[in-house]
Design a protein around this ligand. Structure first.
Ligand code: BES
Ligand code: ZN
Ligand code: ZN
Length: 474
């Protein structure tokens, strides 16, 4: 769907159908009709009045979420018709509202049909977002929101792609394409590099796969960068669990275990397109966790890049092994880091703990975690902090190595995974690090608001929101 931002008197715009946002039914021109249809001003409530060529859609309050959900609902209704154009008139439009409407439209219009032999959504449709006066400021909000939405949708496309079509070398090829498109630097390393550079934790996870593991490093370096930010992503293109094989029902959807990696690739692409004044690095461990005669095993002891030894007690706790080496690589290769964030579909426990659409935020710096939650919520993502504690820290001790890759308790699994990663964050970076467990929101089988079935693109908007907040600081 084409989405355009225009200035004009709405009467003069030729559009087949008008979308009307409604918070209070009393305000509606067609109040009687809406009452008869039992229209209520609640999320996702929407009616199409075909004869009148109107789509009424409810919004609950003035928040980003409410507007974005409303327009996405209306866009989906519009897509279900054969009308070719629609318009929405935003009368006294503020920046925040335009951002929500633009992102809600692009995200709501998204459909993944690459594997459908008959495409549902082949109709050429157009949505016109109309304002009274198209100021330069509003135009920038629209253009920026378009870039952000594109980045979210790119993440969704990558994550939704089947594992036979998306393995580590495909991921690194895509990273190169994104780098060329946004004019940034891209380096890719293979398994020989991992072995030579003592990244045995990451290397071991990918041994049984027919696909070579790839370490991807993208760099965006604008002039006069204000700060240096490192984004690290778990890029498990498939997680079968390895020899600690997942039960059949749990393996389905594990193509989504590359979500953290896909998120950081699209996010750095967007940051470069938005020309944000920060040096940003995106590091992805692209690996496939499979079974085979040469697979790594429970009982193996692996040495990570920082020299720490890890007792493998479960090969399905592989993401933390990959991230351990990627975190070390980042800190060894990049000097004077201001922030280091990692993104991973790390634990089922996080989904149980905070819910499907919520990211679990962990780290050692209370302030930073608060700011991350605030940025997430403001950007339209849900997030909740999970606190480390001394007791849980003890549960990942190993009798024979420096640390175990699983905890001795079955409770608090999201936090013990976060504590494991903390072992690979160097002393000078402890307060600069945040771990985002996106196992819940990255891939959701129940659609909600502007998120369809499947990948949601979690992490992109909250990270850009965090950087935009940083940019406003002196
Ligand atoms: N990729 C999974 C985590 C996951 C679960 C992501 C559900 C998305 C949805 C991860 O590698 C994993 O298997 N974790 C184990 C850890 C356990 C063995 C300690 C888990 O959560 O069960
Ligand atoms: Zn796993
Ligand atoms: Zn995994």
């Amino acid at each position: 769907m084409k989405i355009k931002f225009i200035e004009k008197n709405i009467k003069k715009i030729k559009a087949d159908i008008e979308i009307i946002l409604l918070n209070d039914i009393e305000d509606a021109e067609d109040r009687k009709l809406l009452e008869n249809l039992d229209f209520k001003a609640v999320d996702e409530s929407c009616v199409l009045l075909g004869d009148l060529k109107k789509i009424y859609v409810a919004y609950e309050d003035e928040s980003y979420d409410s507007f974005a959900i409303a327009i996405a609902t209306a866009v989906k209704k519009f897509q279900s018709t054969n009308f070719s154009s629609a318009k929405i008139n935003l009368i006294d439009c503020k920046n925040e509202q335009l951002k929500a409407i633009t992102e809600g439209s692009f995200l709501g219009a998204y459909a993944f049909d690459n594997y459908k032999s008959k495409k549902d959504n082949k109709k050429k449709q157009e949505l016109n977002i109309i304002v009274k006066e198209k100021t330069a400021e509003l135009e920038k909000v629209f253009e920026d929101s378009k870039i952000i939405s594109k980045a979210v949708n790119k993440t969704r496309d990558m994550v939704n792609t089947a594992p036979a079509d998306f393995y580590p070398s495909i991921m690194s090829d895509l990273a190169k394409e994104l780098a060329i498109d946004s004019g940034i630097d891209c380096k890719v390393f293979g398994e020989r590099y991992l072995e030579k550079n003592d990244m045995h934790a990451m290397h071991s996870v990918g041994i049984a796969s027919i696909h070579e593991s790839k370490l991807i490093h993208l760099t965006y370096k604008p002039k006069n960068a204000k700060k240096k930010i490192v984004l690290v992503g778990k890029g498990l293109t498939y997680d079968s669990g390895g020899l600690s094989l997942k039960p059949a029902d749990y393996m389905v959807t594990m193509k989504s275990d590359k979500s953290g990696g896909c998120t950081v690739l699209s996010t750095i692409w967007a940051i470069a397109k938005l020309e944000l004044p920060f040096e940003v690095h995106a590091i992805v461990g692209a690996v496939e966790n499979m079974i085979g005669g040469d697979a790594y095993k429970p009982d193996d002891i692996l040495k990570a890049k920082n020299g720490k030894t890890i007792e493998v007690r479960n090969t399905d706790a592989e993401g933390r092994l990959v991230l351990a080496d990627c975190l070390c690589y980042a800190q060894d290769e990049i000097e004077d880091i201001d922030y280091i964030f990692d993104y991973a579909t790390l634990t089922g426990a996080c989904v149980v703990g905070v819910g499907q659409y919520t990211t679990g935020i962990m780290g050692n710096n209370e302030n930073l975690k608060r700011n991350a939650v605030t940025a997430a919520l403001k950007s339209g993502e849900y997030a909740s902090t999970l606190d480390f504690n001394r007791y849980l820290k003890k549960t990942i001790k190993s009798e024979i190595a420096d640390i175990s890759n699983i905890a001795s308790t079955r409770y608090g699994g999201a936090i013990t995974a976060g504590l494991f990663l903390d072992n690979f964050v160097y002393e000078e970076n402890k307060d600069k690090w945040i771990h985002f467990d996106i196992a819940g929101p990255a891939f959701v089988e129940s659609a909600w608001g502007y998120n369809p079935y499947g990948a949601s693109g979690a992490g992109v908007r909250m990270t850009i929101g965090f950087l935009e907040n940083l940019n406003k600081e002196k």
